[in-house]
Design a protein around this ligand. Structure first.
Ligand code: HEC
Ligand code: HEC
Length: 448
């Protein structure tokens, strides 16, 4: 009697177990291997990977809290804002670890509530830093201090038609900086919108040899060839120009918020010429490392609606239009994973198959998208392929569909139609599709 029950239980267990295993093998929605998460709400980008447990959870929560806390002008914990800055919390620009709607569109440029949600990079015409301003225009300041300048944008809207008659329009931005704090500047400027924090850890664990290998591919029939941005011999991965090799935590505290730290104390004037409290560290190394830990250990949302026929069709069209030659679907992470700024190594990020939809390489995207600000090997027209994992959830997380480095595109169609230079083949392929095909392609993007 007892034995019979046991056999039955074993059989049931066996069936359940094998079906789980099968499910695991078949799952093509896994965006980032062991770091894939199944949270699709407004915290879809702000949820830890499953393997973050125990002490790691504590560090994650600590980093998350420091990231979200507004800095103030005091000198204690959370202090050190300004004197000049752009935003007073990381989350101000990366709301829910995403891309906050930009004040370029909501306020016509510099924000009037004490923060802006973009960065304006500055360079002199001979491509050097400007002593009085540093690398970025700090368009906000604490009470009693004048900011470095004020940025405004106007847009010229022009309507176009696809070959099948459907209409779309594009906004061309015109940026002006006024109210210069010091000498009137006739500087080159590069306006940038924040990036979604999807797959930060996987990005830093990525197999560099694979990236270099992809850079050697030359798809001359489509005019596509990617380029590594080398930073002192290392592969740049981070930012719209792939011009950083770490998650920019220290530089973000220093430049974006004016918060001096051990890596960027006051004397690094080229970062933010007006940081308060000379030579005083206003955020501890431990806190910055916790923020770095938090960013590395965020989960990556799984794909959705992968069985929808339109999504399947859209994926085929994505490949037909050669989007995948830059927005590369599959990469691998190196065995050792990634190492944080405090030396902690996260091997959990290692040996994973990931689907970031980027090659992390620079591409010349044409004059219309370009500006004249260079960075290391990146020219003004070259931009890093933006990772598309999570792009479909930007609406849920941040409530808008502004895309491209300066958020000039208002939706997916405009984003694609802004692709010039190496992206021209893809743009034309998209334009020449039937409307249902363009819609299917967009549905595919929404499933990422
Ligand atoms: C005023 C807005 C603003 C604030 C505040 C801000 N960021 Fe950013 N962040 C940006 C912009 C704009 C970019 C893109 C910059 C570029 O092109 O290199 C960016 C890029 C990044 C990236 C690169 C992401 C990628 O995919 O390559 C990371 C990581 C990051 N920020 C972290 C932080 C952290 C941590 C803080 C707080 C210490 C912070 N940011 C504060 C605007 C901001
Ligand atoms: C030659 C390389 C290349 C090709 C081909 C390409 N892209 Fe891109 N894509 C980029 C780069 C580089 C950017 C970032 C440009 C910028 O920010 O100004 C980008 C940005 C985007 C964005 C905006 C992402 C964001 O969050 O702002 C979307 C959406 C996009 N691409 C979709 C596509 C689709 C769909 C296709 C095919 C029709 C395609 N791309 C083909 C390189 C490419």
């Amino acid at each position: 009697m007892k034995f019979k029950y046991l056999t039955l239980i074993l059989i049931i267990f066996g069936v359940v177990f094998s079906s789980c295993k099968k499910k695991e093998e078949e799952r093509s929605d896994l965006s980032a291997g062991n770091s894939t998460s199944y949270t699709f709400t407004s915290v879809a980008f702000d949820t830890p990977a499953d393997w973050v447990e125990g002490d790691m959870s504590k560090r994650f929560l600590s980093g998350d809290a420091i990231y979200d806390s507004p800095r103030n002008t005091g000198t204690e914990m959370n202090g050190g804002l300004g004197e000049m800055y752009n935003g007073y919390t990381c989350a101000g620009c990366h709301d829910n670890a995403g891309r906050t709607i930009t004040t370029l569109h909501t306020e016509g440029g510099t924000g009037t509530n004490g923060y802006s949600t973009f960065l304006a990079f500055l360079q002199s015409s001979d491509q050097t830093f400007i002593d009085n301003y540093g690398g970025v225009l700090h368009d906000q300041a604490v009470v009693g201090v004048t900011p470095e300048g004020i940025l405004s944008v106007t847009y010229t809207e022009k309507e176009y038609s696809f070959p099948d008659g459907e209409k779309y329009s594009l906004l061309t931005p015109n940026y002006t900086i006024t109210d210069w704090w010091q000498e009137e500047g006739d500087y080159e400027q590069s306006i940038r919108t924040p990036l979604r924090h999807v797959g930060m850890g996987m990005m830093l664990a990525v197999d560099r040899d694979m990236i270099k290998e992809i850079a050697t591919e030359d798809y001359s029939e489509y005019g596509i060839s990617g380029k590594v941005n080398y930073i002192n011999g290392m592969v740049g991965l981070v930012g719209h120009k792939a011009d950083h090799t770490d998650l920019t935590v220290e530089i973000s505290f220093a430049s974006d918020m004016g918060t001096a730290n051990s890596k960027f104390p006051k004397e690094s004037e080229f970062i933010n010429a007006h940081m308060s409290n000379i030579n005083k560290s206003e955020v501890s190394d431990e806190d910055m490392a916790d923020v770095d830990f938090y960013l590395h250990t965020l989960g990556v949302p799984a794909r959705r609606n992968i069985d929808d026929p339109d999504v399947i069709k859209g994926e085929l069209l994505f490949k037909q239009a050669k989007c995948h030659l830059c927005h590369v679907q599959t990469l691998h992470t190196r065995t050792e994973g990634a190492t944080l700024i405090d030396g902690t190594t996260l091997t959990q990020l290692g040996d994973q198959e990931i689907h970031p939809y980027t090659d992390y390489l620079l591409h010349d995207m044409g004059d219309e998208l370009g500006d004249n600000v260079t960075s290391y090997d990146a020219t003004g027209n070259e931009w890093r392929t933006t990772p598309l994992w999570g792009v479909g959830l930007q609406t849920v997380v941040n409530g808008h569909t502004y895309f491209m480095h300066d958020a000039r595109a208002r939706n997916y169609t405009e984003a694609i139609m802004w692709h010039g230079g190496e992206g021209e083949y893809s743009r034309n392929a998209f334009a020449n599709m039937a409307k249902e095909e363009r819609d299917a392609m967009i549905k595919f993007l929404q499933s990422l």
